[in-house]
Write a protein that binds this ligand. Structure first.
Ligand code: MN
Length: 136
């Protein structure tokens, strides 16, 4: 079954770019244009990864990551932050806030797909490890 990525992005052109890149690589995608909708979709569908824009209308990506990490069913879901402007110190803050990784706009397709792939694979390895523990 295809891994599912939840795209949280208020800019429609960026959302389309993410959708096209991810679908071309075989991922299924869900989309939310703002944080509250992202939480509803994340709780309902338990995506394999969340691509989370930091600058959103209403609640910010920083609030969304806090809500995700506070939810026991979503605490370990990989999340990649997306931002147009990051201060040099901000990358470290993103990791501390609970993001697994981040990418800068304008997006490099290769960088994005490589980071998504690495985090989705990491979770598959963890799941497989659990399975072996139970089986063995
Ligand atoms: Mn935005």
């Amino acid at each position: 079954m295809a891994s599912t990525v939840l795209i949280v992005e208020d800019n429609e052109l960026n959302a389309k770019l993410f959708r096209d890149l991810l679908r071309a690589k075989g991922y299924a995608t869900l989309e939310a244009g703002y944080g509250e909708q992202a939480m509803i979709l994340a709780r309902r569908h338990r995506p394999d990864l969340v691509l989370l824009d930091l600058q959103l209308p209403s609640i910010s990506g920083y609030t969304v990551i806090r809500l995700l990490r506070a939810d026991p069913t979503l605490r370990h879901t990989p999340v990649i932050g997306v931002s147009a402007f990051l201060l040099p110190s901000e990358g470290h803050q993103l990791i501390e806030a609970g993001f697994d990784d981040y990418v800068m706009k304008p997006i490099s397709a290769r960088e994005l797909l490589s980071k998504v792939g690495a985090l989705v694979r990491r979770c598959e390895v963890v799941d497989f490890g659990k399975y072996r523990e139970i089986a063995g």
